[in-house]
Design a protein. Structure first.
Length: 138
């Protein structure tokens, strides 16, 4: 009984983290949440799911501005276009069909050239491609 009382706060914290609240950095869906080009930066873009479709919003001048077109879940062939030699290391991805944006979630243990060791994400942004970090949504 004493051990159960010691475990209860940890279980409650874990359940709260899994609820996907707006101030938590992670969702049960790895493609939803807030992201930044550095783990120490505030969120620069966020992915939400509205009406069954993924949408991206960018932080501009202190406000979130939603992009008008929904993102599509990338097929294996779409992923192979972006990661020709390493497509098997990408778990899932969202892309903008018109181009210019993509969010890629890597598989555990992925060793892509440009992947940061402390992030499971890569992004294609207008400024270039590289690692991004899941960060707290504020």
């Amino acid at each position: 009984m004493h051990a159960l009382r010691l475990l209860l706060p940890g279980v409650l914290l874990l359940l709260a983290a899994c609820s996907g609240g707006p101030h938590l950095p992670f969702s049960s869906d790895p493609l939803q949440g807030c992201f930044a080009t550095s783990a120490r930066k505030p969120a620069e873009f966020r992915i939400d799911k509205e009406g069954g479709q993924y949408v991206v919003s960018f932080e501009r001048d202190g406000r979130w501005q939603r992009e008008p077109n929904a993102l599509t879940q990338a097929s294996r062939s779409d992923i192979a276009r972006y990661f020709r030699d390493d497509a098997d290391q990408i778990d899932s991805a969202l892309i903008r069909s018109a181009g210019g944006f993509g969010l890629f979630h890597t598989k555990a243990g992925a060793s892509l050239k440009a992947k940061a060791g402390d992030s499971d994400y890569m992004a294609l942004l207008l400024i270039g491609a590289g690692p991004v970090y899941a960060v707290k949504c504020e």
